[in-house]
Design a binder for this molecule. Sequence first.
Ligand code: NAD
Length: 501
Amino acid sequence: MATTATRVLDNYIAGQWTPATGATDELDVTNPATGEVLARVPLSGSADLDAAVAAARAALKPWRDVSTIARARKLFELRERLVARQEDMARSVTTEMGKTLVDARAEVARMIEMVECACAIPTTMQGRVLEDVARNIDAETIRQPVGVCAAIVPFNFPAMVPFWFLPFAIACGNTFVLKPSEQVPLTQQIAFEELDALDLPPGVVNLVNGGREVVEGILAHPGIDAVSFVGSAPVAKIVYEGAAKTGKRVQALGGAKNHMVVMPDAVVEETVNGIIGSAFGAAGQRCMAGSVVVTVGEAHERLMPALVGATERLSVGDGIDESVDVGPVVSCAARDRITGWIDRAVEDGATLSVDGRGASGDGPEGSSFVGPTILDDVSRDAPIVQEEVFGPVLTVVQAASLDEAIEIVNASRFGNGTSIFTENAAAVRRYRHEVEAGMIGVNIGVAAPVAFFPFSGWKDSFLGDLHAHGPDAVEFYTRKKTVTSRYFSSGQGHGSYFVEH
Ligand code: NAD
C-alpha cells in the first residue's frame, strides 16, 4: 500500500536530480516478496525527455574536450565508487526485482565488470593506420563518438543491463540518456548517485523514468543518434523499426527460448546443477535461462530422477533470506501469466513432474511466488516449447539423436543462448558448428559472455548488427572517419595518389 510519505523518484537531468515535470502518471514500485510499496515512479512525459536530450546535446562538446585518458580515469573512479556500493545495489536488486541476494550480488559484480572493460578505452578505441597507401600518402581510420545515445532496458537485470551500455557509451565520448524499467527503477538511482559524484560535465549522463511514452519519444527524437534496447521480442521490433525510421543507429536485444541438450554421457550431478541454476535462477527470469531440456536417447532416464529430486529440494521465499534458493517473480501479473502457461501445458498433455503453482498462494498479500516447475513428455511443437514463459518453468523434450536435438533447437524462432552437456568433444564440435544461436555453453548452464566479449542472440532474439558490450560496444558507440593525407614539404618528393596506388 503506498502512503502519502512514499518517495516519488526523481529523474537525473543535466547533473541535477529533477522531479518529472510532464509526468502523465505514477506507478508503485513493489517488493515482489512482500507486496510492500517501495517508491513511486513517475511516467515522465515528452518535456522531461526533451530536457534530458537537450542536456545531453549540450554536453557533447565539453565531454569531447575531455581527453580519452581522462575519460577512462573517470571510469576507474566510477568502478571504485560502485564497488563501495556493491552490497547496497545487490540488496536493491533483490528488493525491487525479487532474485536472491546471491544472484543479485553476481549481477552487480557483472555490472562492475562492464565498467572495468570500458576503462580500457584508450586501447580499444584506437583506429588503424596504413603508411604509404601510395608513395608518401598515408591512410588512417579514426573513431569518434556517435553523439547522444539512449538505452531502454528491461526489469530482469536492474543493475547490469543499463551498464551493458552506459560505461562504453561515455567512455567513447558520447553522452547518454537511460530509461530504466518502470518496474525496477531503484537500483539505477544508486548508480546515478555515484555517477553524480564523479562531477562529469552536466548532461553527460541522464536518467528519465517512464514507460512507453518515453520510449516512443526516444524513437522519434531528432536529438538522439543511437538507441540500444533490451526487452521482449515484440517491443524489440517496435524499437528497431522506429529508431531506423528516424535514421538512428540501433541494436535491439529481444526475448528468448533457450535449449539445454543433454547427451547420454553427460556427468549427471554437474548437469543437474547447471540445469537448475539456469532454469530456476532469478526464478527463470533471465534471457539466458534454459527453459527447455532436450534429452538425447537414454539421457532422459539417467537425468530425470536426479533433476526432479534436486528441483523438489529447492526452497522458495524472499530472496533477501540467504538460505532461499528461488525468489518471487517480478509481479502478480507475471505470476498469473506463468501459472496460466503451466495450466495450459498440463491441459495439452504434459506430465507435471514438479508443480510450482502451489507457491503462488504463499507469502503476504501482493507478493508473487511461483515455485520451480518441471513439465515432462512435452511435444516439440507445443506452445510452451515455442514461446517464452519467463518464469521458473522447465519443459523436457526427448530426442532420439543429436541430429534430432539440433533440429529441435534450430526450429525455434529465437536464438539467444543454448547449452550442451556432454564429455564428447566431437558432439560439442558439431553442436557449436550447427546450432543457430548467438551464445553457446558447453557444460555451462548460463553461458552469458563476460564483459570483454560481445553478448547477443540471433534470429528473433536480436535485431541489429553490433552486439552488446565487449569489442562490439566500441564499434556501436563510435563512428569511423578515414583520412587520406600527404604533405608536400617532407623532402621526399610526392607521387600521384590515383596513379600510383
Ligand atoms: P519489455 O519488453 O516489456 O520492456 C522492456 C522495456 O521496454 C521497458 O523499459 C519498458 O518500459 C519498455 N516497453 C514495454 N512495452 C513497450 C511498448 N509497447 N512500447 C514501447 N516501450 C515499451 O520487457 P521486460 O518484461 O521488462 O523484460 C523481459 C524481457 O526482456 C524478456 O522477453 C527477456 O527475454 C528480455 N531480455 C532479453 C535480453 C537479451 O539480452 N536478449 C536480456 C534481458 C531481458
